[in-house]
Design a protein around this ligand. Structure first.
Ligand code: XIL
Length: 371
């Protein structure tokens, strides 16, 4: 009788356990992070101050990503505030944290024309061509040298071209997409071949560092893409060291699959490493709209876009050329789109409390290896 009693109890307990769904969580595949699903590095452009101050921000970077890019702290205005003074502290915090946590570091950026990213002294600097060359060369040697062996790669030059593929130079109106186009302090004072020399100086400062040209608009501006392709061919011919191309990919819902495919493919065809370097997908489509609602339909479209990018990157870029996909900022609340561009938007994979959004899962699904 006693055996029969225990047998019934065991069977009932087992049945309850099976019905509880508990076994599903135990049997279900472990919940993998983005970098664990992908067959290439998944990075994030981030702010060392937020990394230090916000546990939720830090936890997402620690768990979900295996590469980091300093959002602002390696730009001239932060790292070289006075002619003879460098300020490495903030960028060092991020680089040292990344190295301690086994993350790759992608340096950003040695030369960018954006006035907000330039210190006052440089914007007021008066000198001949040789004096400007010395300023540029010394900066690159000092910054790249400081991070030698810690920063694996650099955006050596960022956004040097106009929409029409010409070199960004004078205060120029070749960029209908930019309201007050400031041209380029670098091209104006260093001449049109400054890009090549910047790559040579960076290579001399750290021969092991991988060197990238970083740009936006590859999905909408074929003349820009043609100019990049031409520049790469020219560099190869002249044996100017260049290893990769960065496609910023600040996209919106109007970015068609055909344009995304063409943009990635154009970079792959150069044979260089391909880095989607600053990915976000705007649901505002760059329009100021205080009444915009993050509707299920917008989320569905955004998720499909993220998923497509993840799959198309794998389909088009051979493994040996995949430098990875880097997202610009962590949560919607710290996105440059909401803060710097002042748009009401939800462009990222995590919300303003650093919780995974629905689009996160669509994207992670797209990262699953297709080949
Ligand atoms: C942005 C930062 O995210 C902002 O915090 C900063 O105020 C301006 O620059 N393309 C680039 C990045 O290459 O460096 C820019 O980052 C976004 C556009």
């Amino acid at each position: 009788m006693r055996v029969k009693h225990w047998l019934i109890v065991t069977v009932v307990a087992l049945a309850l356990w099976l019905l509880s769904g508990y076994q599903m969580s135990w049997l279900a595949a472990p919940d993998k992070a983005l970098w664990q699903v992908a067959s290439f590095p998944i990075g994030v452009g981030c702010d060392p101050s937020l990394l230090e101050q916000r546990p939720g921000y830090r936890q997402v970077i620690k768990t979900e990503y295996n590469s980091v890019t300093p959002e602002t702290e390696q730009k001239w205005v932060s790292i070289h505030p006075e002619p003879n003074r460098y300020s490495f502290t903030k960028a060092d915090y991020l680089v040292n944290w990344a190295v301690a946590n086994g993350k790759r570091v992608h340096g950003h950026t040695l030369l960018w024309h954006q006035p907000d990213a330039l210190p006052k002294w440089l914007k007021e600097f008066k000198g001949d061509r040789a004096a400007w060359e010395k300023v540029m060369k010394t900066h690159i040697e000092t910054v790249v040298g400081h991070y030698k062996g810690k920063v694996k790669s650099w955006d050596v030059v960022n956004e040097a071209l106009n929409d029409d593929g010409t070199l960004r130079m004078a205060n120029h109106h070749a960029n209908p997409s930019i309201e007050n186009d400031n041209g380029s302090i670098w091209a104006r004072n260093l001449g049109s071949d400054y890009i090549a020399r910047a790559f040579q100086y960076a290579h001399a400062a750290d021969p092991k560092a991988l060197l990238f040209y970083n740009e936006y608009g590859q999905d909408t501006q074929p003349l820009r893409v043609a100019a990049i392709t031409k520049m790469v061919a020219d560099f190869k011919r002249r044996k100017i060291p260049i290893d990769g191309l960065g496609l910023q990919f600040h996209l919106d819902l109007n970015a068609t699959e055909e344009r995304i495919t063409r943009a990635i493919s154009s970079a792959e065809k150069t044979g260089l490493l391909v880095h989607i370097s600053e990915l976000d997908v705007l649901v505002s489509n760059w329009k100021k709209n205080p009444d915009l609602v993050y509707s299920p339909e917008l989320q569905k479209q955004q998720g499909a876009k993220y998923k497509f990018i993840a799959q198309e990157y794998q389909r088009l870029v051979p493994k040996k050329q995949r430098y990875g996909i880097t997202h610009w900022n962590v949560g919607d609340g710290d996105s440059w789109i909401t803060n710097w561009m002042k748009l009401k938007d939800w462009p990222l994979l995590f919300d303003d409390k650093y919780q995974r959004k629905k689009v996160y899962y669509d994207y992670r699904e797209g990262l699953k290896s297709i080949k």
